[in-house]
Design a protein around this ligand. Sequence first.
Ligand code: SF4
Length: 487
Amino acid sequence: MSRQMPPAHPFDDDKLKEECGIYGVIGVADAANFVALGLHALQHRGQEAGGIVCHHPDHGFNNARRFGYVRDNFTDQNLMATLPGPLAIGHVRYSTAGGKAPVIRDVQPFFGEFSMGGAAVAHNGNITNADALRRELIERGSIFQSNSDSECIIHLMARSLQKTIPDRMEDALRRVEGAFSVVAMTRTKLIGVRDPLGVRPLVLGQIGDGWVLSSETCALDIIGARYVREVEPGEMVVITDQGVESRRPFRKQPSRFCIFEHVYFSRPDSIIGGRSVYETRRQIGIELAKESPVDADLVCPVPDSGTPAAIGFSHESGIPYAMGIIRNQYMGRTFIEPTEQIRNMGVRLKLNVNRALIEGKRVILVDDSVVRGTTSRKIKEMILDAGAKEVHFRIASPPTAWPCFYGVDTPEREKLLAATMSEEEMRDHLQVDSLRFISLDGLYRAVGEAEGRNAKCPQYCDACFSGEYPVAPSDQIEKGFTLKAAE
Ligand code: SF4
């Protein structure tokens, strides 16, 4: 079955987009209901489709995969009744706007039947050697069911000679390069793994006698689970009714968590590395105001992701904060399949200027990032149309000049504004009175690195800003992608 889906936010193609959220629960009755709630809390990480696999001792493995929002699918009691058992995992994925038409067989979790029993796998991230692995596996007889990189993991597990599923998974993941957080299950085990650099997040929680794995802590809160700790970079946790076993399948390396999770991807009510995402974003605004002050009358966020940074900017600068732009919260894919005419209305369908506040004012607009620059330009026009005297952009991330190959949907490098223009050229292009981005050091300070970025051994992945990829994107290099020249 295949079905063309509109992008989740048809007028919002000017942001980087996280591609997946993962979740798993063991040791509670009807675990799939908890997984559905968890996936609902992770919906910001992917709106195209969701899937759940579960296991019941009498009914075996069952699964459901659906296009669309979790709330529109996994609230159907008839459907949920087909997903019984104390163990379940789930996945939400992002819509590949403008890419290949999505097909239901690409929707995770993926399931494989092995001689020692079934296993299901849900993956957040991107396997940077997936093309090479797929070629090799096909040559050796594997039959792929989907277009997804993540299916390689199941085939590598099938080829392993190890005797248990967790051991096979270790074997498989040692062949995989790139960024991965994985939640998997057997009949009796819930398994969580993070790649050696820990690029993508994964946390462990507890609910009663049961355990939870989740991309973010906000999805623990929704089911009343207690945050226990992060699954550490390079760690595999194998959870049974006996408790949590921690394994270390990979060679230890310095971690390189995705710094953009702090800026934009994660929900502001999540905790990352012991830090509140909201507070980090507020701190980014403070750093930005210190680095790039400007005389103005109002600080306005581009909602919603620019809001905490705007609050920080206002706090540090003493310039009043105001909701100069209002977001229509109900602009989801449920709206309509957009016609050309409606598409031309663009960002106005999602954002509206609060004219009474803006008229005659010098306005500082705080946004999380500039990708193609198309939205920034339209927002500036709306603000000027509303009678603003000056428009100053302050951006809560450094210029995004390089694509991400670790599980985030990014335009090709040529389409990134910062890849082809200097900051001053971008200001000219956007026709604003001033444009400033937070520095990479400023961003590192905001995430708690008091000394800024360690140039010799950066504490985070920041490749989309610096061009320094912690794992060489080998498939992309084979296709002609050129890495930044060494300085
Ligand atoms: S390249 Fe950017 S978005 Fe991708 S993992 Fe690294 S910091 Fe995150």
